[in-house]
Unconditional design. Sequence first.
Length: 91
Amino acid sequence: MFLILEALIDGGVKAGLPRDIAHILATNTMLGAARLILETGEHPARLRDMVTTPGGTTIAGLHVLEQGKLRATLMDAVLAAARRADELGRG
């Protein structure tokens, strides 16, 4: 999560935001999303659909994330960490 948050902050800076503002916006975005999932019990995909308007900024960003295979990369990272945890547990 720290790496993802760092990348969001850097993206904000690259888009022209001062680093302190990018830090606040990215951190609160991640915190708000996590809180919404915990408070509503909704599946993340449903919440994503609720905030994604046709032709809007969210779908533009999601399109780039899908092109970069972010979902598959994160899933692979979880599997690699699980395999390593299993190896360490057997050692």
